[in-house]
Design a protein around this ligand. Sequence first.
Ligand SMILES: Cc1cc2nc3c(=O)[nH]c(=O)nc-3n(C[C@H](O)[C@H](O)[C@H](O)COP(=O)(O)OP(=O)(O)OC[C@H]3O[C@@H](n4cnc5c(N)ncnc54)[C@H](O)[C@@H]3O)c2cc1C
Length: 452
Amino acid sequence: MPSSVVTRGMGRKLPWDPLTGAGIIRSCYSLSCPLPDPGISTSEQSIYEDDRGMSSLTAQVVIVGGGPAGLTAAIALASAGVETALVANAPTAADHRTSALLQGSVKALETLRVWELCREHAAPLRVMRIIDDTGRLVRAREACFAASEIGLDAFGHNIENRFLVAALEARARELPALVYIRDEAVAVDIADARVTVRCKGGTAPSARLAIGAEGRQSLCRSAAGIDIRGRTYAQTALTFNLGHSRPHDDTSTEFHAESGPFTLVPLPQRRSSLVFVVDPAEVSNISTLSDAQVAAEIERRSHSVLGKVQIEGGRGVFPLAAATATRLGAGRVALIGEAAHVVAPIGAQGLNLGLRDAATISELVVAGHREGEDVGELTERYDRMRRADTTSRMLAVDLLNRSLLSDFLLLQGARAAGLFLMERVGPLRRAIMREGVTPWASQPRLMRGEAL
Ligand SMILES: Cc1cc2nc3c(=O)[nH]c(=O)nc-3n(C[C@H](O)[C@H](O)[C@H](O)COP(=O)(O)OP(=O)(O)OC[C@H]3O[C@@H](n4cnc5c(N)ncnc54)[C@H](O)[C@@H]3O)c2cc1C
């Protein structure tokens, strides 16, 4: 008989057996979950046997997917006292990618008391440099943007995903209002008043609202009948983490090459991450190269800005795609992170959008819960609130990427002129930098440093 591993607050792991698990969870409530903050309803906390004899848990919100977006939403909700169940399967492969988190995302993680666990693993991004390395007829000037110009210490911080997720998991384990179910969701049943998530091990948490945070293949999205539209690009991102002989000076350097960007982003000490976008035909050639050969190629393509390069373990290969769900919320389902939108890894937008999704849905649910509303009915509002931010960012990334790939002179000229104007016209440059860090379309409270 398969079983899920269920943890409630304070980090205790409890085997959840579908036949006997209810008792274990009840004792867990009494051991680790004294009643939530005064004023917060406990009516949703109960265990019952459903009509198939499965032990089930009820909560206000059930989240499927324990990546950075799902974990952030779980922490935001549970730290405000909203009873939350998180269904997260064990990762199948190590994630060696890094995420450049912009200032608002860092602020949200600070507010949720996650950033204190990340800080030593993160490097500040104080300067961003864009270099046109296309060798084309129409080329842009080098553009340099300093955070200090808009009164910031840094645009954001870069951190390896494995440290970010470990920090989020550690914080999640501290929260008594959060039940962590280490299992795979296999079905999502949406009824009039509740959503039930059925897990492989037999657990079946149900809640007023389901948040789909399971990444690109979203079960919640399919269950809610929401379509996803998108495209694949004839580009593949190769990822590497590097040590190097010269300091990066907290500067990220993006070379715009004809196959796409080649972006070096600082990590602590003399280390950087690299997203190297290539033609898919190049992938097999590069993967047959030894670490020393790849290092030499990286040094060549980066014009030795970081000196001698050494490759660390854990190369990654990601075919590029862009996709958006036709709705970000419908019925009793809200979608966040890559369940809602997939963005090409250009300009560090993907997870920053995902964290704004998590912050927005959490803000709506916490406020609705305090007002005694049915939080499953907030999804249309959530959809409306996230549209402008998502659409504008996806369009900007797509346009920038196409302008690099295109042989169309007019488009190349427009890109070069745009970068030239940004470089030369101070107010425009500062407005664009501010918009990059604090988007006009979305500044949820957590991103402003306000607790929910
Ligand atoms: C090369 C590259 C570089 C990037 N760099 C940046 C960057 O610098 N800055 C930035 O903001 N963004 C960046 N991104 C984007 C960022 O990595 C993604 O937006 C982010 O990882 C998505 O997080 P998520 O939580 O939505 O989804 P995921 O990380 O995919 O997490 C989903 C989780 O759900 C789990 N899951 C799936 N199905 C189920 C199920 N049925 N039951 C239970 N659990 C399930 C999965 O195991 C996984 O743990 C980059 C992307 C790429 C490809």
